[in-house]
Design a protein around this ligand. Structure first.
Ligand code: ATP
Length: 312
């Protein structure tokens, strides 16, 4: 089920989901929450629901919620009511997940806000691409997509997104980051800033997951991510590294192992970037028979017989 406010991000997400779902022959639903906080909010919810029905979503729900009387400020109260309504709708319809429209720009704003309040790595890890709330998986498929792209997508599809007045209300810290802080950083440091903040979140999310695994193991807790192969066999295998052993490591540990090994092979540390380490990682986690990875210093690494090995 897509959670759609009618704004550009979640409207683009909904349009993409409708497109993909019909081609996969899978049902997709849509839920829009009416917080009842602004004049015309019920009409907006009805308009979103009508559009959703026209483009093939089924079921479609416009859910009114009561925000008053909940703990916290108005923003927190609205969020709590919204997430409760979203997970309840998902459970009513046995949805496998709820899709949220947060973009790379939202992620960059989240990281900047976390940095400014002195958050630790968990806060700097930003919003996860996947988490569970009351047994319902919440997914954010657009974390690698920019807000400009969602606007362009809506324009290309002839959709008119709803503009949330909160997004431009300067009494909200996030709106000030969006309107002033991030544009100032981009002007001073270049267009890459948004992408790089989002990448920082990904890196810290991987570190945090690895440390959480260690903490869970120290407590003797069940494996938090049973899909991961638990391996404690040595990573070194002859002159190379064992793919099975590498695959069993938490991503953050694996990337450090690959970085250290690349340096051992002679790649100069200053020239070794995350792109090189990602390419080595792909030989383990996204193996499609690809060719050798070229590293700085003329080093090349390929995958042979279940091992990563230096090749000519
Ligand atoms: N009224 C709504 N009805 C349904 N879904 C909504 C609604 N408002 C927001 N969402 C969902 O949440 C996503 C994020 O929205 P927005 O950025 O406004 O909320 P936020 O308060 O920043 O999010 P969060 O509470 O997750 O931090 C949207 O892309 C959409 O998927």
């Amino acid at each position: 089920m897509v959670a759609c406010s009618g704004g550009a991000d979640s409207l683009a997400l909904a349009a993409a989901t409708a497109f993909v779902a019909s081609r996969l022959g899978r049902p997709a639903g849509l839920v829009t929450v009416d917080h009842g906080l602004q004049a015309g909010s019920a009409e907006r919810a009805t308009a979103v629901a009508e559009w959703a029905g026209r483009v093939g979503f089924d079921p479609v729900e416009a859910v009114p919620v009561t925000v008053a009387g909940r703990p916290g400020g108005p923003e927190a109260a609205a969020r709590q009511a919204r997430y409760q309504a979203l997970t309840a709708a998902a459970r009513r319809h046995d949805a496998v997940a709820v899709l949220l429209g947060h973009t790379r720009d939202d992620q960059a704003e989240t990281v900047l806000l976390a940095l400014a309040r002195g958050a630790g790595p968990r806060g700097l890890a930003g919003m996860p691409a996947r988490r569970e709330l009351q047994g319902v998986p919440l997914l954010r498929p657009l974390l690698d997509v920019s807000r400009a792209q969602t606007r362009d997508a809506c324009a290309a599809l002839g959709l008119t997104p709803w503009q949330d007045p909160h997004n431009t209300d300067p009494s909200y810290a996030r709106a000030r980051v969006r309107a002033d802080a991030l544009p100032a950083l981009v002007a001073a440091l270049g267009d890459g800033v948004v992408d790089n903040l989002a990448r920082t979140a990904r890196l810290l999310a991987a570190d945090t997951a690895a440390l959480d695994d260690l903490a869970a193991a120290a407590l003797g807790a069940p494996q938090p991510r049973p899909d991961r192969v638990a391996v404690d066999r040595p990573v070194r295998d002859g002159g190379g590294l064992s793919v099975v052993a590498l695959a069993g490591l938490p991503g953050a540990v694996r990337s450090r192992v690959l970085h250290a090994w690349a340096r051992e092979l002679g790649a100069p540390p200053g020239a070794l970037s995350h792109r090189h380490v990602d390419a080595l990682d792909a030989l383990v986690t996204a193996w499609r028979g690809q060719g050798a990875t070229a590293l700085p210093g003329g080093v090349r690494v390929g995958r042979r017989d279940g091992r990563l090995v230096p090749v000519d």
